[in-house]
Ligand binder design. Structure first.
Ligand code: 13P
Length: 250
């Protein structure tokens, strides 16, 4: 039985004050969220603060990105070891905003995935198609290609020690959620593809859905057979909204 994981991706949002308030709200309510695993991914600069504030709570912390390199002359980058120093558990890799706006290709994403694992972090590997790709009927090809790059560099076993997040690009920040069945269809495709390589990995890996998840639609999404939780953007920025989604996983 896979546990439900709800992870908040705060993206480029928040201030010192608003983040203190947000974390206080989340930790105050996290105790009432049953078995749901919870994580938050703040902007890098707030990770030390949030990590301290979360100490002793059930809420884990992750990064929104990670360097593909371990150390050296890579201006602006943050390594897995640095994230480890501040008790990070997760590292998001391959978010569609990084792929589209910062030109991260499948190979770089795979190297970031490898760097996260090497540092002992659990990668949250984001995959998903654009609206154009969906309309062309190539959703499965795109998702398969994004997964294959990681499997080729690492291994199928490595996917079993990671989290996969299916985030259709057309559903991110648009208010247009994939229907539970649309999401389930792609989740089932992902799990089936993994099962073709290693059944145990497919049975074990948590596959999250991301894209306009809210308190009002989370329960229906999370009740689908292959949807094991959510990666939440906008609705993770208000404690009540985020906790309502966490409750939907109980
Ligand atoms: P929204 O929940 O704002 O659509 O963002 C989803 C997302 O990109 C999470 O990584």
């Amino acid at each position: 039985m896979r546990q439900t994981l709800v992870a908040g991706n705060w993206k480029l949002n928040g201030s010192l004050d608003s983040i203190k308030q947000l974390v206080a709200g989340i930790t105050a309510g996290a105790g009432g969220t049953g078995d749901t695993q919870i994580a938050v991914c703040p902007p890098f600069v707030y990770i030390p603060l949030v990590s301290n504030l979360l100490a002793g709570s059930k809420v884990a912390i992750g990064s929104q990105d990670i360097a593909d390199q371990e150390a050296g002359a890579f201006t602006g980058e943050i390594s897995g070891a640095m994230l480890n120093d501040f008790s990070c558990t997760y590292a998001i890799v391959g978010h569609s905003e990084r792929r589209a706006l910062y030109a991260e290709d499948d190979e770089l994403v795979a190297r970031k995935f490898a760097a996260a694992r090497k540092a002992g972090l659990t990668p949250i590997l984001c995959v998903g198609e654009t609206l154009e790709e969906r309309e062309q009927g190539i959703t499965e090809d795109v998702v398969a290609r994004q997964l294959d790059a990681v499997i080729k560099l690492e291994s199928i076993a490595a996917i079993g020690e990671a989290v996969v997040a299916y985030e259709p690009v057309w559903a991110i920040g648009t208010g247009k959620t994939a229907s539970p069945q649309q999401a389930q269809d792609v989740h089932a495709f992902i799990r089936g593809k993994l099962a073709g390589l290693d059944q145990a990995v497919a049975d074990k890996v948590q596959i999250l859905y991301g894209g306009s998840v809210k308190g009002s639609n989370a329960k229906e999404l999370f009740s689908m057979q292959d949807i094991d939780g959510g990666l939440i953007g906008g609705a993770s920025l208000a404690a009540d909204d985020f906790l309502a989604i966490c409750m939907a996983g109980t």
